[in-house]
Design a protein around this ligand. Structure first.
Ligand code: ADP
Ligand code: MG
Length: 264
């Protein structure tokens, strides 16, 4: 069994069935891309994995560290090491980026305001931030600002990746982090993610376009159409989509797992 195992996940929104049985195993050290047309259920998958209250789980399980995380609150999932970068990051007035990042790291370390030894020291916090800001080509002026307040689309996406870099999750779900980014920002974001790649991190990159996958090479690519995977394979699946688009899968009713040579 994989480190993070999604088994026959079914979910609905506003009474409408969206995910119709999604199965996917992600091991730490692997990068999986989920690609699909608009409305196929990609964000629903990411919200279901993180525990968004508006998305109802109708069946299946998600196993991580010996438990089904579907029964856990989002903050508990986050502390277990699951991270979601939102497709549409929200503005949080009144909370600065610095305060938020510091509080999140402290929460992750189990600091409850009492045991100071668990608290991130100002020095460690500053040095962590400095390195990550550099990779993302962000300057310090972000830090005192309220979360996403007045940030451009690209800045919001980079701020999401900054959170990921600071929190060092074990499973990271990036929901269309590339959408709305110019090519330079895609490269910075890709560089930051590539730097985090390694044996302690499993990544699920959700994307509509193949472009970001030129910079973050996935080990596996899965095509989601109408709430089901219709094709899974290696990075060559993305190359195929680049030429054929999604149309050939729109009518597929049987999932296909193609061997490498069949895909090209
Ligand atoms: P994707 O991210 O692949 O574009 P989504 O998961 O956002 O797709 O949406 C899948 C389907 O669920 C779409 O038909 C969308 O309109 C519907 N949907 C998503 N969120 C809501 C919601 N909050 N209320 C009603 N319908 C929703
Ligand atoms: Mg989406």
């Amino acid at each position: 069994m994989a480190d993070f195992e999604i088994k026959d996940l079914r979910a609905s929104v506003e009474g409408k069935e969206i995910l119709k049985g999604v199965t996917l195993g992600i091991n730490k050290g692997e990068v999986h891309a989920v690609m699909g047309p608009n409305g196929s259920g990609k964000s629903t998958l990411s919200y279901a994995l993180m525990g968004h209250p508006g998305y109802k789980i109708d069946g299946g399980e998600v196993l991580f560290k010996g438990q089904n995380v579907l029964g856990l609150e989002p903050d508990v999932r986050a502390r277990l090491g699951i991270f979601l970068a939102f497709q549409y990051p929200v503005v949080v007035p009144g909370i600065s980026m610095t305060n938020f990042l510091r509080t999140a790291i402290n929460a992750q370390r189990g600091y409850d305001g009492k045991d100071k030894s668990k608290q991130v020291s100002p020095k460690e916090f500053r040095s962590m931030l400095k390195g990550e800001l550099e990779v993302l080509h962000m300057d310090d002026s972000f830090l005192p600002r309220y979360i996403n307040d007045g940030f451009s689309g690209g800045e919001k996406k980079r701020a999401e990746i900054l959170q990921m870099a600071m929190l060092k999750p074990e499973i990271a779900i990036l929901d269309e982090t590339d959408s709305g980014l110019d090519i330079d920002s895609i490269k910075f974001v890709a560089e930051a993610v590539n730097r985090m790649r390694g044996p302690n991190l499993g990544v699920l990159i959700i994307t509509h376009y193949t472009r970001i996958l030129e910079f973050i090479k996935p080990d596996f690519v899965h095509v989601l159409v109408d709430g089901r995977f219709v094709l899974s394979g290696g990075s060559e699946v993305a190359d195929r989509l680049e030429t054929t688009g999604y149309s050939e899968w729109m009518e597929a009713d049987e999932p296909a797992v193609l061997a490498k040579e069949e895909v090209s």
